[in-house]
Design a binder for this molecule. Structure first.
Ligand code: CTP
Ligand code: MG
Length: 214
């Protein structure tokens, strides 16, 4: 395993689909973002938490607090700027995934240690039938072959130099791996976990509470 490892937890979103800033909602008596920082702590020596502008009074257990940007990619860039220059491996994790298990962090870091690998992410094969849909009222355009399709989660781990290069152009993507892929670098995939819920709506928070009580 490569050392030292730091993590960037992005928690600067506005929670438009949730209806409010979901990262500050209580889950099992602690704010969601505090869970996500603690999850990173299992393998990261240092954690940077990226919070909404004007809401930087609590560190939620992180070592450094920075303000986010208008997009997720911009928020990652702000966080990355606070990671010490000698750090070799950076984990990026969404605050919106508070239940990420330590085993997921271990798995992405182990995959990153393989020769020639610049990034590693966890993902689960898509199990629903997928269709391309268009129009209003909506009609099916095509059925998509799902055999090669995986739903991607965080944590994602990267060689720090490659991640910095991927973000240097200020490009936008819905995850960091996409920017690393665009460099032509190899991103490994390891099995994710359906319990690693992404909080998008209030129903997801209720499901997370249920998972916690087991
Ligand atoms: N995020 C961020 N900065 C942004 C946008 C998103 O740090 N400008 C973070 C969110 O806080 C979240 C993660 O990126 O932890 C994934 O984003 P998402 O689930 O889309 O959260 P929101 O953008 O807050 O939600 P919505 O898209 O519904 O507004
Ligand atoms: Mg968003």
């Amino acid at each position: 395993m490569v050392q030292p490892v730091w993590a960037v937890v992005v928690a600067a979103g506005s929670g438009a689909r949730f209806g409010r800033k979901k990262q500050f909602e209580q889950l099992g008596g602690r704010p969601v973002v505090e869970w996500s920082v603690a999850a990173c702590r299992t393998y990261a020596l240092g954690v940077v938490v990226v919070l909404p502008e004007g809401e930087l009074t609590d560190d939620f257990g992180a070592d450094a607090v920075v303000a986010g940007g208008p997009t997720r990619s911009a928020s990652v860039r702000h966080g990355l700027a606070a990671v010490p220059a000698d750090v070799e491996v950076v984990i990026v994790h969404d605050a919106a995934r508070p239940l990420a298990a330590p085993s997921l962090f271990a798995a992405v870091l182990e995959a990153l240690g393989e020769p020639g690998v610049a990034g590693a992410l966890c993902a689960v094969p898509v199990s629903d039938t997928l269709k391309r849909v268009a129009g209003d009222p909506a009609v099916v355009v095509a059925t998509v072959d799902r055999r090669e399709l995986w739903a991607v989660q965080t944590p994602q781990a990267f060689r720090a130099d490659v991640l910095r290069r991927a973000h240097a152009g200020g490009d936008e993507a819905t995850d960091d791996a996409a920017l690393v892929e665009a460099l032509g670098a190899t991103v490994r995939v390891v099995p994710g976990d359906t319990a690693n819920l992404k909080l998008t709506t209030p129903e997801d928070l209720a499901r997370a509470e249920l998972l916690l009580v087991g």
